[in-house]
Design a protein around this ligand. Structure first.
Ligand code: ADP
Ligand code: MG
Ligand code: MG
Length: 912
C-alpha cells in the first residue's frame, strides 16, 4: 500500500577516495566541502548532505557567493548511532582537512588569537525538521581571540556581543543550559545600566556580560566555557548528532511518519557578519510572494543584525524593497541572484542572506512554502515564462491545497485588524453574529433564518452539531486541529478557528471578551479559518470562482486526465455550482433530503404511519409531485450530463420525532392519536438501524415507495426532454447484497417505466444500476453485473461494513488507532487501499468482465463516497480503472487535478 510519499532514498555508498588529505587513501568520504565557486556535492544529494548542505554546495558551484564550509554527512549520523554513539574513525581527519580548506579560502585561521576564523555549526536533514538543534554562530571565539577580533575590526562592541551570543547559543543548544538563565543576566545588566535596548549596551557592558554569562555556563555545566575552539567545534558537532534522537525530533518524525531518513548532516561554515555596523545586515526572502504568488521579491531585512534577529521579532524588520534605496548595489545583486536561482532551480526559493560591509553572501536556499493560491499562480506563470512545462506545473500544486481557492475568502480590499489568533482548523472566512450555544443557535435560526451565525464555544461536542451546522463559522477557545469542532467543520467545509485561548466566554453575561474588548451576543465577529485570525465586526468576504490562473491550470488538468469527475448534489443550486466547478454529471443525488421541508415531511410521515398499502399509496401520491419537481430542476441544471439518482436509503424512523413534544405535534398534524405515533416509532425502532430496514430493503418490503420514485424520475425526465433538453437519468438502487434483490427491483422499475412511457407517448433512455457498498456485493460483483448497468462504489458504507466500524462512533477510538499506527489515517477520509480497496478492485474487475461476457457491454464504474474528493483515493480510483469519481461540489476541482496527477504518476498528493 502506498504510504505517504516522502521517501528519500540514500544513494549507494560511494567509496570515493578522499581528496582532502585523510590518512587512508581508501577512506569512505564523510565530509563534503564547498567554497570559492566549487563544491564536492550538489543539490541532488539531499539524502546524504541534508537539504541545507546540498543547496549550499549547489549555490556555490553555480557561482553564487556563499561563505566556504563543509558538510559532515547524514551517514555519519547513522553510523554514530549504529556504532553505539561512536563516530567512524575517518571522520576526524576529514573534518580537519576540510577545516584547513576553509581556512585557506577565507585567509583566516581557526583559533587564531589575532584574526580568528569563526564558524557556524548548522544542523540539516534531508527534510526540513523542527526539533533539530538550533544553529550556533560565532564558534571559535575565546578570551584571547575576542580581543584579537576587537582590535582587528576596531569594534570591541561587536566582538564582545559576538562572544556573549556564542556562550548563550553554545550553552543553551549544545550543553542544555536554560536560555532564560542567560536572558536573566542580560535583563539584570540592562536594569543596572538603566538602558532599554540591547544595542544601548557599551563594549564594556558587554565585556561584563560575557563574564556573567561564563559564570552561568560554569554553574550549569560544571566546567568553564571551553577555550579551545576545536573543543567547541567537536562538542557542537556531537550536540547536533545527539539532537537527532532528542525528544522533539523523534516526536516530530513519528507524527509526520518520517522513517526513511538516515540522520541529520552537520554543516560547518565560515561566519560572515551582518552586525558590524550600518553597512551590514541580514535578511530572509522569497523569490516570489508566497501568499499571492505574484512575481515579486518578498522579504524582510535588518541593518546591523545577526542571524535570526530578523525573524525573532526583537526589532521590526524592513521590507526588502527598501533595501533598494539603502544599499542599491547589494539590492541589484540580490535581484540578479533571485533570477539566477529561479532559472537554476525552476522553483520558487526561500533564501537567507547576510551583508557584511557591503558584500552580499547567501546562506541558504530551499523550495519556498506557499499557499494554495500562490502555488497555482506560480505554477502557471512559470509555464508562461518557459521555466517548466504544463505537466510539471500540474504536479507542483498539491490537489488538496486548492481548498484555499474554493472557500469564501476575506475580501482582499478589506481592512483587517486581527484581535486574536487561534489555530487555523478549517479554511475560509466567515462572518456572523455571536451565539454562545448550539441550542441558542437553533432557536436564533428559527427566528431569523436569514441572519448569519458565528458559534463561539469553549469547545464543541456531538450534541452541538445541529447548531454548528447552522453557523457560518465556528470559533472555540480550546482544542486543536483534531478537536471535535475542527473535524466536523472541515468535514462540512465550514470555516473554523479552534484553540483561541485569547477569548473568554461568559455565557451568563452573554458576552465574550478578547483582551480588553467585549463582544456581546448578537454582535458581528469574523474569523479567517485559513490563518486563525479573529476580527471584531463584519469583514467583507468574496465567493470563489474559477478564473485566471486557476482556470488555466484546470484546463491543463482536464486535458491530461482520463478519469471523469462528477458531483454529489441533491439540489439544482448545488448542481449548478458543481457544473461551474467543472462537474461532468451527478454521481449521487440523494432523495431523502427532499422529504424534510415543509409539507413534504407531513406527507412522508403520513406514508410511514399508514396502516396499509392503500394508505401508503395515497401519501406517496401526494409526495410524487414534489419529487418530480426536484428532479426537473436537477435535470435542467445538468442538461446533457448524466444524473445518478439514488432511491430512498435511510431507515424510516429518521423521519419521525422521538420526543414527546414532537410526537404530539405529528399526531395533531395528521389527526391521529399520539399513541399510534408512539407505537409506530417503537415498531420502527431497531438495535442497529444502519444494518436494518433501509436501502433496497425498503422497496422490497414496500414496493410502492420505489415505484413512486422511479415514476417521479422518469416523468421528470420526459418533462425536461420535452423542453428540448437532453436528460440521462441513471437510477441507482442502494445497499444491494444479492443479485436477487436487484432483479426484483429492476423488474419492477422497468414495469413502472413502461407504464410511464406509454402514458406519455414517448420514452427516455435510462440506466438501472446499483451501489456496491456491502462486501457481499463486491464479492458477487459478477452476478450483480449481469443485472446492473452501472456500479457506483459507496465507499462510506463499504468501509463501515468492511472494518465493522460505525462511522458515527469512530470518534472514541480512531485517534488512538492513529496514534498507535494501527491505521495510517482515518479510513473514512482516505480510502483504505489495502483492505477496502481490494473489494473495490475485485468488484470492478469481476463486474466488468461479467457484463462484457454476458451483454457485450462496458460496465460503467464510479465511486460516490466521501473518498471521491480525496486526492490519494482519486489516484487509486484512476489506477483501478474507474470511469468517474463523484464528490461534493467544492471538491470537484480538487478531484480534477488529482485525476490529472494520477496520469502523471505524481507524488505530490497530500498537502504538507
Ligand atoms: P535554520 O535551519 O533554523 O534556518 P540556519 O542554519 O539557517 O538555521 O541558521 C539560522 C541563521 O543563522 C541563518 O539564517 C543565518 O542568518 C545565520 N547563519 C548561519 N550560518 C551563518 C554564517 N556562516 N554566517 C552568518 N550567519 C549565519
Ligand atoms: Mg535557515
Ligand atoms: Mg450507503
Amino acid at each position: 500500500m502506498p504510504t505517504k510519499t516522502k521517501s528519500v532514498k540514500l544513494p549507494p555508498s560511494r567509496a570515493k577516495i578522499s581528496t582532502n588529505g585523510a590518512k587512508s587513501a581508501k577512506a569512505h568520504k564523510y565530509v563534503y566541502t564547498w567554497g570559492a565557486g566549487k563544491a564536492d556535492g550538489d543539490g541532488s544529494m539531499k539524502p546524504l548532505l541534508g537539504g541545507k548542505g546540498a543547496n549550499l554546495a549547489e549555490m556555490s558551484s553555480i557561482g553564487i557567493p556563499v561563505p566556504p564550509g563543509f558538510t559532515i554527512t547524514t551517514e555519519v549520523c547513522h553510523d554514530y548511532y549504529e556504532g553505539g554513539k561512536k563516530l567512524p574513525e575517518a571522520v576526524k581527519p576529514q573534518v580537519e582537512a576540510a577545516l584547513n580548506l576553509v581556512e585557506s579560502q577565507s585567509g583566516k585561521k581557526f583559533g587564531d588569537s589575532h584574526d580568528p576564523l569563526l564558524v557556524s555549526v548548522r544542523s540539516g536533514a534531508a527534510l526540513s525538521m523542527p526539533g533539530m538543534m538550533n544553529t550556533i554562530l560565532n564558534l571559535g571565539l575565546n578570551d584571547a581571540s575576542v580581543e584579537g577580533l576587537a582590535k582587528k575590526t576596531g569594534n570591541a562592541r561587536f566582538a564582545y556581543d559576538g562572544y556573549r551570543r556564542l556562550i548563550d547559543m553554545f550553552g543553551s543548544t549544545a550543553m542544555g543550559v536554560e536560555h532564560e538563565a542567560f536572558e536573566h543576566e542580560l535583563s539584570k545588566l540592562k536594569e543596572e545600566k538603566k538602558v532599554k535596548l540591547d544595542t544601548d549596551l557599551t563594549a564594556d557592558d558587554l565585556k561584563e556580560l560575557v563574564k556573567r554569562y561564563k559564570a552561568v555556563y560554569s554553574k550549569h555545566v560544571g566546567e568553564g566555557f571551553p577555550q579551545d575552539p576545536k573543543d567547541q567545534l567537536w562538542k557542537a558537532i556531537m550536540a547536533v548528532f545527539n539532537s537527532w534522537m532528542g525528544n522533539k525530533a523523534v516526536q516530530y518524525r513519528r507524527i509526520e511518519r518520517i522513517s526513511e531518513l538516515k540522520g541529520t548532516a552537520v554543516n560547518v561554515q565560515a561566519m560572515v557578519f551582518g552586525n558590524t555596523g550600518t553597512n551590514s545586515g541580514t535578511g530572509v526572502a522569497f523569490t516570489r510572494d508566497p501568499n499571492s504568488g505574484a512575481d515579486e521579491f518578498f522579504g524582510d531585512y535588518l541593518i546591523n543584525a545577526q542571524g535570526e534577529d530578523v525573524v525573532a521579532g526583537i526589532r521590526t524588520p524592513e521590507p526588502i524593497t527598501k533595501l533598494d534605496s539603502e544599499m542599491p548595489k547589494v539590492y541589484k545583486q540580490l535581484m540578479d541572484i533571485r533570477k539566477k536561482l529561479e532559472l537554476h532551480y525552476k522553483e520558487m526559493q526561500d533564501v537567507e542572506f547576510t551583508v557584511e560591509e557591503g558584500t552580499l553572501y547567501m546562506l541558504q536556499t530551499r523550495t519556498g512554502k506557499r499557499t494554495g493560491s500562490a502555488a497555482v499562480r506560480i505554477a502557471v506563470e512559470m509555464v508562461k515564462e518557459g521555466l517548466i512545462d504544463e505537466k510539471t506545473a500540474l504536479k507542483r500544486v498539491a490537489a488538496d491545497s486548492l481548498n484555499h481557492l474554493l472557500l469564501p475568502q476575506l475580501d482582499p480590499k478589506a481592512k483587517v485588524t486581527s484581535v486574536a489568533r487561534g489555530i487555523a482548523a478549517s479554511p475560509g472566512a466567515a462572518c456572523g453574529k455571536v451565539i454562545l450555544s448550539a441550542e441558542a443557535a437553533v432557536a436564533f435560526h428559527e427566528e431569523h433564518p436569514e441572519q448569519p451565525i458565528m458559534l463561539v464555544r469553549k469547545e464543541t461536542s456531538p450534541e452541538d452539531v445541529a447548531g454548528m451546522h447552522l453557523a457560518k463559522g465556528i470559533l472555540t477557545q480550546t482544542g486543536g486541529k483534531a478537536s471535535h469542532a475542527a473535524v466536523v467543520a472541515r468535514g462540512w467545509g465550514k470555516p473554523c478557528v479552534v484553540g483561541c485561548d485569547a477569548i473568554h466566554i461568559d455565557e451568563k453575561k452573554g458576552q465574550i471578551t478578547i483582551g480588553d474588548k467585549v463582544v456581546k451576543v448578537g454582535d458581528y465577529l469574523t474569523i479567517n479559518g485559513t490563518t486563525g485570525d479573529v476580527m471584531i465586526g463584519q469583514v467583507p468576504t468574496v465567493d470563489p470562482t474559477i478564473s485566471g490562473h486557476f482556470a488555466e491550470l484546470m484546463s491543463w488538468a482536464d486535458r491530461t486526465r482520463t478519469l471523469k469527475v462528477r458531483t454529489n448534489a441533491d439540489t439544482p443550486a448545488d448542481a449548478a455550482k458543481a457544473r461551474e466547478f467543472g462537474a461532468e454529471g451527478i454521481g449521487l443525488c440523494r432523495t431523502e433530503h427532499m422529504f424534510f421541508e415543509g409539507q413534504r415531511i407531513v406527507d412522508m410521515r403520513k406514508m410511514i404511519l399508514a396502516d396499509d398499502t392503500e394508505g401508503r399509496v395515497k401519501a406517496l401520491e401526494a409526495l410524487e409531485p414534489y419529487q418530480r419537481k426536484d428532479f426537473v430542476g436537477i435535470f435542467e441544471a445538468m442538461d446533457g450530463l448524466p444524473v445518478t439518482i439514488r432511491l430512498l436509503d435511510p431507515p424510516l424512523h429518521e423521519f419521525l420525532p422521538h420526543d414527546d413534544a414532537g410526537q404530539n405535534e405529528v399526531a395533531k398534524q395528521l389527526g391521529i392519536p399520539v399513541e399510534k405515533v408512539k407505537r409506530r416509532v417503537e415498531q420502527l425502532h431497531e438495535s442497529n438501524p444502519m444494518l436494518g430496514l433501509r436501502g433496497c430493503r425498503l422497496p422490497i418490503k414496500f414496493p410502492e415507495i420505489g415505484d413512486m420514485q422511479v415514476r417521479a424520475i422518469l416523468e421528470a425526465a420526459i418533462e425536461v426532454k420535452k423542453k428540448g433538453k437532453s436528460v440521462l437519468p441513471e437510477i441507482m438502487i442502494p445497499l444491494i447484497g444479492t443479485v436477487e434483490e436487484l432483479s426484483i427491483l429492476k423488474k419492477r422499475a422497468l414495469a413502472v417505466a413502461e407504464e410511464v412511457f406509454k402514458k406519455a407517448g414517448t420514452k427516455v433512455e435510462f440506466l438501472i444500476g446499483t451501489m456496491i457498498e456491502i462486501p457481499r456485493a463486491a464479492l458477487t460483483a459478477d452476478q450483480i453485473a449481469e443485472e446492473a448497468e452501472f456500479f457506483s462504489f459507496g465507499t462510506n458504507d463499504l468501509t463501515q461494513l468492511t472494518f465493522g466500524f460505525s462511522r458515527d462512533d469512530i470518534g472514541s477510538f480512531m485517534p488512538a488507532y492513529i496514534e498507535h499506527k494501527i491505521l495510517p489515517v482515518d479510513p473514512f477520509q482516505t480510502l483504505d487501499q489495502s483492505g477496502v480497496g481490494q473489494l473495490v478492485e475485485m468488484g470492478t474487475v469481476k463486474g466488468r468482465k461479467a457484463r462484457k461476457d454476458k451483454h457485450g457491454e462496458h460496465l460503467k464504474v464510479g465511486i460516490c463516497g466521501e473518498h471521491g474528493g480525496d486526492p490519494e483515493s482519486v489516484v487509486f480510483c484512476h489506477n483501478v480503472g474507474m470511469d468517474y469519481v463523484s464528490c461534493s461540489p467544492f471538491r470537484v476541482p480538487i478531484a480534477r487535478l488529482a485525476a490529472a496527477q494520477a496520469v502523471l504518476g505524481s507524488a505530490a498528493q497530500r498537502d504538507k
